[in-house]
Design a protein around this ligand. Sequence first.
Ligand code: NAG
Ligand code: NAG
Ligand code: NAG
Ligand code: NAG
Ligand code: NAG
Length: 347
Amino acid sequence: MNWGIIAALGLLFTFNTVNGQLDPEIVDEIIPEITSQGGEAKLNCTVVNKQSGHTVHWTFMDSYAGGDIISNDKDIFITNPECKEGKKKYEVIVNKFNQRETYMLKINCLEFVDYGYYKCYIQIRGDSSASWPSKIGYLVVQVPPTITSKNVAVKQLDEGQSGFLQCEATGVPKPNITWVRSDGGMLPGGMGALWNSTILPLNNITKDNRGLYKCVADNQVRPPDVYLVALQVFFKPETKAVQDTVGQAQNRQFDAKLECRIATTTLRFQESWYTLRIKNVEANDYTKYFCIAQNRIGRNATTMITLFETMECQGANCPTYEGLGASAISVSLLATISVVTLAKLLL
Ligand SMILES: *[C@@H]1O[C@H](CO)[C@@H](O)[C@H](O)[C@H]1NC(C)=O
Ligand SMILES: *[C@@H]1O[C@H](CO)[C@@H](O)[C@H](O)[C@H]1NC(C)=O
Ligand SMILES: *[C@@H]1O[C@H](CO)[C@@H](O)[C@H](O)[C@H]1NC(C)=O
Ligand SMILES: *[C@@H]1O[C@H](CO)[C@@H](O)[C@H](O)[C@H]1NC(C)=O
Ligand SMILES: *[C@@H]1O[C@H](CO)[C@@H](O)[C@H](O)[C@H]1NC(C)=O
């Protein structure tokens, strides 16, 4: 045994224990706290060998000021408003067990701004701050997702055009974004049924891409946020004859009604019926008719309706002959014509 070493250890020991006391220490690591917005967080700072002349402080390292001192032992040092009924923003609860003292910092009514690093240190009067024991704890305030780009409720595009839909979201942790079609259909451009990105590309769209699109922002913190946007697609009208052929007898004051359905889809399939009424059909009316529809995008004129000659009156407005004299027939015809005129005015 080298007595010199023992003497040196003795000296060290003496040096370490001023007045026979051990130096104060923070003994345990500060367990990081992960909790939700609106809730409360608890950070423990456990110290040993704390004597008079020592004070335990909590600071918030991520404050705007860059290190606000929150507490001095169990007293709150910074402004401490009541954040909900009977609850102040900060509390320090001290528990003693033998030589161990736990300074539990309780933060109530958690907000996103409370997120960050908290430092606990023991201030030793007379020593320079560089030698004060300290430990750092971490607080994560989870925030449910908020979609911040809900500014468009309806997106309008012409067939063949390109564009995109946008779904930006905030939240802690950063939310996952999922685009789907509300009706469960496929997304444009062969992208399948799901798209996990803030930007949903709409390339060279077709009328089948019209519909309701849904963006879900989810980060496992309830509730997820949802954004619905309707995609309107303008396209060339589509025409279709109600009946390809219409018959009517000539020169007897009978009318012919040619009907055509025109689809001018935007969001939902909107179909309108258009009627061409040919009054008092004559020989030179027997021909082919076209239903031409045109809008800003283009025109469609494929539909053809043929008006052909029949021997008898055709259609709903034909006169009936049963047991009626000649004068009665002419009255009936006049009545028919007046009804037709009215119908035309209403169309
Ligand atoms: C913090 O300390 C208190 C009191 O000593 C104890 O009840 C609690 O379990 C501790 N929490 C953590 C996360 O260590
Ligand atoms: C897209 O998001 C959904 C829902 O969050 C998830 O189930 C799926 O695995 C994700 N797909 C990809 C390719 O990341
Ligand atoms: C857009 O789509 C149409 C129909 O699917 C196709 O004929 C055309 O080539 C496409 N245009 C581009 C630029 O991809
Ligand atoms: C995002 O999605 C991925 C894959 O589905 C998943 O592993 C991850 O936990 C999700 N993130 C959040 C914050 O929900
Ligand atoms: C006109 O509309 C019909 C559907 O009614 C469609 O099949 C046809 O392709 C369209 N024609 C043109 C030139 O767009």
